[in-house]
Write a protein that binds this ligand. Structure first.
Ligand code: PMV
Length: 344
């Protein structure tokens, strides 16, 4: 039986809202879950939220509707719909309604190519869905809801430099993202070298499960994370580029070493990814403030000072196997946008 939402929800009218969120890139990586159902991480992580790549999502709940209709970039896909419906269910539970929704979502960057489209996607979805239902959700509540749908989405709710705390509680109520530093307090840039547009072979959840079960390095990964988090916090709060470069490349290579040692081993890189790593290190030796990071896919993200971005992009474009280089600054967290603004 549909129940009416709280009175403040009705005041918003039409149960319809739109939001935008951007992908984030982890500098100290999240890999491994302490609870797969609730998406609780075994370690905390630190990330930067981008600005020029975005997901825009419109959500309309339709009183009396029994089904959800979901489209991503104008198309409907069964596995996407399944994850979106699970996320809408969390919002419906919160609002005490059981109406179906119409969800229209667009990305201005390639989906499922290791660019954290699920992070921006679920951050935008919980933000728009929460507003459509008139739920007054705090940043921490939005982050927890987004986390339930995709771990790293917890961080895309917030802008700039963000820490997602591991938390200790079994219900996950203390595992949310928190702001560390605003984007404009240290406006680094990010060049993303696209080295493949194929969907990844092993998704992050399966990769994390396999790693935890079979990698001999799992215990060392967990035991050393706190040192990396402390180093990154201090580098960010003092805007110390060299210190951030050191800990970020270390965390990236350590996460991949951990995953490579699983059975069967997880190898997310291709030849161009490795060439890009060498190219970034050569640029740094030449005095350019730049470092790399790579997630569960073959794209390389080069983080640099604004003065270095053109040289970094030009150098990555020259690497054989690089198909394209995207470029972004750091940006805000999830926020409301006007209805009908999806393609603007
Ligand atoms: O949130 P997921 O399930 O897409 O996992 C993200 C894992 C990494 O991107 C490799 C690391 C991270 O902290 O984002």
């Amino acid at each position: 039986m549909p129940m009416n939402p709280e009175p403040h929800a009705v005041a918003l009218g039409e149960y319809h809202a739109a939001a935008q969120a951007q992908p984030n890139i982890a500098l100290v990586k999240y890999w491994g879950k302490r609870d797969a159902e609730l998406n609780l991480p075994v370690v905390g992580s630190i990330s930067i939220t981008l600005d020029s790549l975005w997901t825009r999502t419109e959500v309309r709940f339709v009183p009396g509707a029994v089904q959800d209709r979901v489209s991503l970039n104008g198309r409907s896909d069964e596995s996407v719909t399944k994850r979106v419906v699970a996320c809408l269910d969390l919002l419906r539970q919160r609002a005490h309604i059981d109406w179906g929704a119409v969800v229209d979502s667009r990305n201005n960057f390639p989906t499922a190519a290791g660019l954290a489209s699920s992070a921006s996607g679920f951050a935008a979805l919980v933000y728009a869905g929460g507003r459509a239902l008139g739920l007054e959700l705090s940043e921490a509540e939005l982050s927890i809801l987004a986390r339930r749908c995709s771990g790293s989405a917890a961080r895309s709710v917030l802008g700039g430099y963000v820490e997602w705390t591991r938390g200790q509680l079994a219900d996950g109520s203390d595992s949310a993202a928190h702001p560390m530093l605003a984007a404009d307090a240290w406006p680094l840039r990010v060049a993303v070298a696209i080295t493949s547009t194929a969907a990844k072979q092993v998704g992050s959840s399966e990769g994390m499960r396999r790693t935890a079960q079979t990698s001999p390095f799992q215990a060392a990964w967990i035991a050393t994370q706190e040192t990396d988090l402390a180093a990154a916090r201090s580098a960010i709060l003092t805007c110390d580029f060299d210190a951030l470069a050191l800990v970020s490349e270390h965390s990236c290579l350590k996460m991949h070493a951990l995953a490579m040692a699983a059975q069967p081993g997880l190898l997310y890189w291709n030849g161009a990814t490795v060439e890009c790593m060498h190219r970034v290190r050569t640029l740094r030796q030449q005095g350019l403030p730049v470092f790399f990071t790579v997630d569960a896919g073959p794209q390389l993200k080069a983080v640099c000072a604004p003065s270095a971005i053109e040289k970094v992009k030009a150098a990555l474009r020259e690497v054989p196997g690089v198909l394209d280089v995207l470029d972004s600054g750091l940006g805000a967290g999830a926020h409301a946008i006007a209805l009908g603004a999806l393609e603007a």
